[in-house]
Each structure stands twice: as structure tokens, then as C-alpha cells.
Write a protein that binds this ligand. Structure first.
Ligand code: NDP
Length: 286
């Protein structure tokens, strides 16, 4: 029996590569630890959380569709999770559950690694306004971003997110647009430091390109949060953009969870990255 147990709660979670990534990290620092995939339907989430707490799981990650519901199931909501409006990491401190969000940190680190970009005084355009866009864009604004532009199919959803950003960071200039407002989007793109694709379009091979290609100019920094090759990334690279997938975001949100659970400094990033790369490559071969 492993000394420490961790888990990922979602519905479904079969496809996740977090176990390989986290277990490689635990091995690298010499901990005897299991990280399990736990499929739990929404109506059983509260029961499962009680069970894991009583069985002394040291912590867990949370993915779709439970990230918002977890806010009501912890004893403490850390500031980044309050800003994000969701929790993706729980630390079980002797039965007291502390909820964190590490998605904003993960995306910030990924942008820094890919493009050398830090958040203060920068302008980011998020294409999408779902849970991932919310968790990251509010964090970016609260971390000093100068401007955030939100482009989303459903305008009301982007407008609600804009309100959350303004409440968290009144100094950040927020603009809301719809995908059809091409001229206005092009104007904004002339000023942005990075375009972040945050919709689920592109997850499946048959999906259309998520962003109209006439908006992609040479030299534009493009990050697709999807952590596999997408048609957007392929086309953006062909058109001269600097285009990267969301693999480093996935890595660094997991690295931050690992730090919160273990306190390991520095965290074993290289081991976790190698395991993540290997797991995704193995999935791609299936
Ligand atoms: P949500 O379901 O919360 O949001 C989905 C978003 O996609 C919304 O903006 C939605 O627009 C938009 N969308 C969905 N279908 C279409 C369509 N056909 N045309 C236009 N827009 C569409 O998902 P999440 O925010 O949780 O996740 C978004 C993406 O981010 C996913 O691909 C996910 O894999 C990725 N992700 C990556 C992470 C990483 O670590 N790399 C971490 C978290 C997420 P509307 O509001 O109009 O419905």
C-alpha cells in the first residue's frame, strides 16, 4: 500500500495523463505515492469528497465538470480559486480542505516559456469565455495585465466574464467582441501580446479551425490551450505565427498542484515533463 494517495476527480477522466505526470514527480523526490483516476458523476461528488477526506487522501485534482461545484465542498477557498471561480486542486490538511486554482499560473508559465512573456502591462486576447478562459483571464488581470480582449460565440457569457475581470482588476481594460466582428478583432490583434485559443473547438480531428485564418498575422504569438496538435496551430505556423499547444500549461498547472501538496522546492519539472510527453505520445499512437 502506498504511503500517500492523491487522485483526479472528473466525469469522464479515463483519457487523463495526469497520473503519469504526477507519479513521475513523486518518484523523482522519492515518495511512495499513488495518483488515481476517480470517475464520479455530479450527484455523487460531495459523497466522494467526504470519502477521500476520511480515507486520508492528501489531495486531489478536479476536472470537468466538477471545478465549480468543488467551491462549495472545501473549508477554505484560496484567492486564486476565488478569482478563477473554480477549483482544480484540493489540499487535505488533516481533514481541513483547502481549494486552489492553478490554471492561471499554468498558462502564465507556459506563455513565459514559449514567448518570454510576463503578465504585467501586457494585452491578451482570449478566444473563448468558458471555464478555462475564466480561470486564466481573471488571474491575468489580477496579476497586472494591461488589457484583456474576450471574443466568444455567446456574447452574454463573455460579458459576464468581463464583469468578473473588472471587479477583480478595475485598472485592466476589458473589451468584449463576437467572432463575426472581424475588423474590430483585427484592430485589437495589432496591439495584443498573445492570442489564446480557449474554446473546445479543435479537440476532435474533424473540428473546423477555431479562429478565422485571415486574423492570423506573421509574428503573432498564438497559444492553443488544447494540448494536442490542432488545425489552428498547423495553419498559424504556416502563416508565420509563433504557435504553441497547451502542453506546457497542462504541465505547469500540475507542477503547481505538486508544489502545493508536497512543498518540494524546486519541483521536479523535468521528470514531470518527460512523463507527460511520453504519455501524450503513447496516446497519439493508439
Ligand atoms: P467550457 O465548456 O467551459 O467552454 C467552452 C468554450 O468553447 C466556450 O467559450 C464556448 O463558447 C466555446 N465553444 C464550444 N463549442 C464551440 C463552437 N462550436 N464554436 C465556437 N465556440 C465554441 O470548456 P473549458 O473552458 O473548460 O475548456 C476549453 C478548452 O481549454 C478545452 O479545449 C480544454 O481542453 C482546454 N483546457 C486546457 C487546459 C490545459 O491545461 N492545457 C486546462 C483547461 C482547459 P460558448 O460560450 O459560446 O458556448
Amino acid at each position: 500500500m502506498p504511503e500517500q494517495r492523491y487522485a483526479l476527480l472528473g466525469w469522464p477522466v479515463k483519457h487523463s495523463v495526469s497520473p503519469q505526470m504526477q507519479e513521475a514527480g513523486f518518484r523523482a523526490i522519492g515518495l511512495d505515492t499513488a495518483y488515481e483516476l476517480v470517475e464520479v458523476p455530479p450527484e455523487q461528488l460531495a459523497h466522494k469528497v467526504r470519502e477521500l477526506t476520511l480515507r486520508r487522501y492528501r489531495g486531489w485534482n478536479i476536472t470537468v465538470p466538477h471545478k465549480q461545484a468543488m467551491l462549495r465542498l472545501v473549508d477554505v477557498v484560496e484567492p486564486a480559486a476565488a478569482l478563477a471561480g473554480s477549483i482544480n486542486t484540493v489540499v487535505n490538511a488533516d481533514g481541513r480542505l483547502v481549494g486552489h486554482s492553478t490554471d492561471g499560473y499554468g498558462l502564465a508559465m507556459a506563455l513565459r516559456e514559449a514567448f518570454g512573456l510576463m503578465l504585467p502591462k501586457r494585452h491578451f486576447l482570449f478566444w473563448g469565455a468558458g471555464g478555462a478562459a475564466r480561470a486564466t483571464s481573471v488571474y491575468f488581470a489580477a496579476s497586472g495585465a494591461r488589457a484583456i480582449t474576450l471574443v466568444n460565440r455567446t456574447r452574454e457569457r463573455a460579458a459576464a466574464l468581463a464583469d468578473a475581470i473588472r471587479a477583480a482588476a478595475p485598472a485592466c481594460a476589458v473589451t468584449v467582441l463576437e467572432p463575426a466582428e472581424t475588423a474590430a478583432i483585427r484592430d485589437r490583434l495589432d496591439d495584443v501580446d498573445a492570442l489564446i485559443q480557449a474554446t473546445s473547438v479543435g479537440l476532435h480531428a474533424a473540428d473546423p479551425i477555431a479562429i478565422p485564418e485571415e486574423l492570423l498575422r506573421p509574428g503573432l504569438n498564438v497559444m492553443d490551450m488544447i494540448y494536442r496538435p490542432t488545425r489552428l496551430l498547423e495553419r498559424a505556423a504556416e502563416l508565420g505565427c509563433r504557435a504553441v499547444d497547451g502542453k506546457s500549461m497542462l504541465l505547469y498547472q500540475g507542477v503547481r498542484s505538486f508544489e502545493l501538496w508536497t512543498g518540494a522546492q524546486p519541483p521536479p519539472v523535468a521528470a514531470m515533463r518527460a512523463a507527460l510527453d511520453a504519455a501524450l505520445a503513447a496516446q497519439a499512437r493508439l
